[in-house]
Design a protein around this ligand. Structure first.
Ligand code: SF4
Length: 346
């Protein structure tokens, strides 16, 4: 009888296999871009050796916001009210700064009902990864235009969008997020690399990922279809990422690359495809994004990164020990201090 051989499961640096990062079976439409993003999150978390129990998955409402159920079953998870995920994320990070917050939202959840919360999250630079799974329509309510739909794009029914799109990347850079990029669910390599770099960053990472809705927005006339994005995708750079626990040489020609060292010592190597692009130049990032918009290009890549900007938790001078586990005697002012306050109020 022929001997059968089985390949042992590959373990990452903390001894886990990729199965430890999986979630439930997806209930989204077959071919939905969101499923590809979930797969990239699983791969990036596995390769970076993130402890699943350290992750807090957060979302709002919409097809996108269902996706945290499909990865990282061993992590914490909270599905918030529509558009209110940033408040929950802020509370979670204040209670335990050692969590790794991963928010998954949609263009409806972030750019319409949640816009008030989104802008304040960006300006605070709360340490978290905030992904917008952006398809330009409300998939869960049968495909009406969302606020990120481009001017002139068409619904399946032939209705033309007569309002300009909100560009969440421009907003995020303008407001203070310290790592901002755009990718495409169909670009496995770019998205995977950007997610790994995002895991090494301290501060708000805002990734707008174009993620076509195959049921309501993948037709001729849509500017968020698989075909349109493949035809109009303009990558800014080739991205390589070397995590802090690896030290491999990256072979790039001097003068054509930008290297950024992230908070934990990991390195981002960006080989320029567009001349003069420096991702640490905030004003240039805004200019390039606006120019691409006028030309009808869909720029992808890391537009802006500032690894040194203080986070919201730094600004609050939070103790390193999580507030959630501090004993009462350390979080409550002593009686003498309270008596003094009462005295001053008399
Ligand atoms: Fe994805 Fe669209 Fe289906 Fe929602 S309706 S699961 S966005 S393909």
């Amino acid at each position: 009888m022929a001997a059968t051989t089985t390949t042992p499961p590959k373990n990452n640096r903390i001894g886990l296999t990729v199965m430890d990062y999986k979630g439930g079976r997806t209930t989204l439409c077959a071919g939905c871009g969101h499923n590809a993003i979930s797969e990239r999150i699983i791969d990036a978390m596995f390769e970076m050796g993130v402890q699943p129990e350290r992750v807090a998955k957060l979302s709002g409402i919409g097809c996108s916001s269902k996706s945290p159920a499909y990865f990282l079953s061993r992590s914490h998870s909270f599905n918030a009210v529509h558009g209110r995920m940033p408040s929950i994320a802020t509370g979670a990070m204040l209670a335990n700064r050692h969590l790794l917050a991963l928010g998954v939202s949609g263009d409806g959840d972030s750019a319409s009902i949640g816009m008030g919360q989104f802008v304040h999250l960006m300006r605070r630079n709360l340490p978290m990864i905030y992904i917008i799974e952006d398809n330009g329509v409300y998939g869960l309510t049968k495909g009406q235009f969302s606020a990120t739909a481009d001017l002139g794009s068409k619904l399946k029914t032939g209705v033309v969008n007569d309002l300009p799109a909100i560009d969440t990347c421009i907003l995020a850079i303008h407001l203070g997020a310290s790592f901002v990029g755009r990718s495409f669910s169909g670009d496995k390599k770019q998205l995977h690399t950007m997610l790994k770099a995002a895991l090494a960053h301290q501060g708000t990472v805002m990734l707008d990922v174009i993620s076509p809705c195959v049921t309501f927005n993948d037709h001729e006339g849509s500017t968020k279809s698989f075909k349109y994005i493949k035809d109009h995708d303009e990558p800014l750079h080739d991205i390589s990422f070397v995590p802090f626990f690896e030290d491999i040489a990256v072979d790039y020609d001097p003068g054509t690359t930008v290297d950024v060292t992230l908070h934990d010592g990991s390195r981002l190597h960006l080989r320029k495809l567009h001349s003069d692009y420096d991702p640490t130049d905030r004003l240039n990032a805004l200019r390039v994004l606006n120019q691409a918009h006028d030309k009808g290009e869909v720029l992808t890549g890391i537009f802006y990164v500032d690894p040194k900007k203080p986070t919201f938790l730094d600004l609050l001078h939070l103790a390193d020990e999580p507030l959630a586990t501090l004993p009462l005697e350390r979080v409550r002012p002593p009686k003498a201090a309270l008596d003094q306050v009462m005295e001053e109020l008399r």
